[in-house]
Design a protein around this ligand. Structure first.
Ligand code: F6P
Length: 324
């Protein structure tokens, strides 16, 4: 093994830069060459490569986003695109690839390994925390802190006006951001795709809260939740069915993807980057690096993409109890 390429793909997440930095410096430490691929799998197809050394990644650990840029590549879904990508890697003399991204990236990587027998190690980088086989993905913790900070601010104004706020958070079809940030921000209700609450039960629950003396409420709505899918319609429904409640909607959107990574994400990304190069040196060629019970683990891509990370039922119970 002499030369490793690294790229970030799919939606960016805070801590991706820290992960790239760890991969590049790990290569330098082991005397390997490292090449950065710009714009993810699309850049691989277009041969957008640049050599990186230990100093190329200075002042990066604290920066959000990804300096290698990211993209969601349609061309990589086509055999022709993947063939071009493979040819570019061979021409560049690259022996192995580290991909940092989410399940879509890993699906592409998995096909690529089978087609060309090319070694790839993946690092889970997504704010959604929806990857099976790892307790945490790079960027999840930072996104949670961003959401909690925003909801704390919304709570101030909700309280001042006795209002009910619907706050939409990201997560695609997974409710990890909503559930964790909802607990952390003390939300009255948390709507997640994994648990169908139904509109009527929501109204009943809100009525109970009002009777128990609550004058304002925060409902955290995961973007993939069935009744929350159209959050403005949900707001109208609540207005119509709950007299005297002034309802407002805040969609947090891409603010959740940006910002300086938390210390947790920086450390996680650094550990995972080092573990990726270790794994390649150890002959691994078809795995994701994960963390389970705070230990670094190897998870086959097949395992990582076969299903989504499940919601922790204990957290649902904690949310129910603490929002009484
Ligand atoms: O996967 C990360 C994520 O931010 C999801 O939470 C969200 O549904 C999606 O990406 C948004 O994608 P885009 O940035 O392409 O609009």
């Amino acid at each position: 093994l002499q030369k490793i390429a690294v790229l970030t793909s799919g939606g960016d997440s805070p801590g991706m830069n820290a992960a790239i930095r760890a991969v590049v410096r790990s290569c330098a430490y082991h005397g390997l060459e490292c090449v950065g691929v710009f714009r993810g799998l699309q850049g691989l197809i277009e041969g957008d490569f640049k050599m990186l050394d230990a100093r190329s990644v200075k002042n990066l650990i604290n920066r959000g986003g990804t300096f290698l840029k990211s993209a969601r590549s349609k061309d990589f879904h086509e055999k022709e695109g993947r063939e071009k990508a493979h040819l570019n890697l061979v021409n560049e003399g690259v022996d192995a690839l580290v991909v940092i991204g989410g399940d879509g990236t890993f699906r592409g990587a998995s096909i690529f390994i089978k087609e060309f027998n090319f070694p790839i190690v993946g690092l889970p980088g997504t704010i959604d925390n929806d990857i099976h086989g790892t307790d945490n993905t790079i960027g999840f913790d930072t996104a949670l802190n961003t959401v909690v900070e925003a909801i704390d601010k919304i709570r101030d104004t909700a309280n001042s006006h006795n209002r009910l706020f619907l706050v939409e958070v990201m997560g695609r079809d997974a409710g990890h951001i909503a559930l964790n940030a909802g607990i952390g921000a003390g939300a009255e209700e948390i709507l997640i795709p994994e648990e169908d609450m139904g509109k009527d039960r929501l109204i009943e629950s809100l009525e109970r809260s009002r009777k128990s003396g609550k004058t304002s409420s925060i409902i955290v709505v995961s973007e993939g939740d069935q009744i929350g899918k159209n959050i403005f319609e949900l707001a109208e429904f609540i207005k119509t069915n709950m007299e005297g409640y002034d309802v407002r909607v805040t969609v947090l959107g891409h603010v959740q993807r940006g910002g300086s990574p938390s210390c947790y994400d920086r450390v996680l990304a650094s550990r995972m980057g080092v573990a990726a190069v270790d794994a390649l040196l150890d002959g691994k060629r078809d795995i994701m690096i994960g963390t389970q019970n705070n230990k670094m683990v190897h998870v086959s891509f097949e395992e990582a993409i076969k299903e989504q990370q499940k919601i922790d039922l204990e957290l649902i119970r904690v949310a129910d109890i603490t929002s009484i």
